[in-house]
Design a binder for this molecule. Structure first.
Ligand code: MG
Length: 314
């Protein structure tokens, strides 16, 4: 199926996903187009585990989420996004993309002025900066109002580690792209390259793998937050269940409120409400399955699933 997005996100106007029903309920397979079969195979492993395998029953009904503000929006559009995320404890702003540095600072200042004092701001740079530039401009984000963490300002693990040393006491550093595979997560921990690890249910290959990483992170005093890969409501609910299974006492607000970024999702069950989303499994609405079905991409996705499944078998 294909879901249209409200604003361009990660270079996309719409999001493609495959939904299927297993004995446990509905599950999702939705690696981005630019992911290799090897990478996408981990996504399939997660999909099958959620639909057919053993996953922990959630012990809490919902988990907190952050608001997500795509880069380069004017105040009017920012207001519209924030209105969908009332009650959140954290806001994540995408910066460093096709917007200028001064425009990014303006957006951060504007968002800060619209939020209560106890709402934290994090920014996501998607590995956009080099080490020296990051050393210079990350403190400017902090001055503008960032008080939670700066996500993946630089690409490599050694650069992340060095930046974290340089900015100790200024702001926390989170690793996202550097945690694409579970082996990478341990590299990040070993190099002491981050204060926070961003875990994603599908890219990391499912619950078991993510929970293992979370345990290792806890031993190193590193926190984790669960984020979406811009999944539909079905995949977001899996992420919420994962977040609950990692920390049911004080879960960090995660990036699981992204259902609000779609014009409309296959179910409204995972729309953020008062700053939280539900951990219950989602059943897609019949009408939405019909509305967003995309016969033109079926062959492509069937081929992709077959190729990944063959990899899983070997
Ligand atoms: Mg990120």
């Amino acid at each position: 199926m294909r879901l249209p997005l409200r604003n361009r996100f990660r270079g996309l106007d719409s999001r493609e996903a495959v939904l299927f029903e297993g004995p446990n309920g509905w599950t999702e397979f939705s690696p981005f187009d630019d992911y290799s079969i090897d990478q996408a195979t981990r996504w399939l492993k997660a999909s099958l585990e959620y639909g057919w395998g053993e996953t922990p029953e959630p012990t809490i009904p919902n988990v907190p989420v952050n608001a997500t503000i795509p880069g380069n929006l004017n105040p009017e559009k920012i207001d519209a996004v924030l209105a969908k995320f009332t009650g959140v404890q954290a806001v994540k702003i995408k910066v460093g993309g096709d917007s200028s540095h001064s425009a990014d600072l303006e957006v951060i200042r504007y968002v800060r002025s619209q939020l209560g004092e106890n709402v934290r701001i994090r920014v996501d740079l998607n590995a956009f900066l080099d080490l020296d530039t990051a050393t210079d401009i990350v403190p400017e984000y902090v001055e503008a109002g960032v008080d939670d963490y700066v996500e993946q300002p630089v690409a490599s693990v050694p650069a992340l580690a060095e930046l974290r040393r340089r900015l100790a006491g200024v702001v926390r550093i989170a690793a996202d792209e550097s945690v694409r595979r579970s082996a990478d997560a341990y590299q990040v921990l070993l190099a002491e390259a981050a204060d926070v690890l961003v875990l994603k249910w599908q890219p990391l290959g499912g619950f078991e793998e993510c929970q293992r990483i979370a345990r290792a992170a806890a031993k190193s005093g590193v926190s984790v937050t669960v984020s979406s890969a811009l999944e539909t409501a079905v995949g977001l609910a899996a992420g919420a269940r994962l977040a609950a299974s990692i920390d049911s006492e004080t879960p960090t607000p995660g990036g699981l409120g992204t259902s609000a970024l779609f014009v409309s999702d296959i179910s409204e069950a995972v729309l953020p409400n008062a700053g939280v989303v539900s951990t219950a499994r989602v059943i897609p609405e019949e009408a939405a399955l019909e509305e967003f079905s995309a016969p033109d991409i079926r062959t492509k996705w069937r081929r992709r699933i077959s190729a990944c499944y063959r990899k899983l078998e070997v």
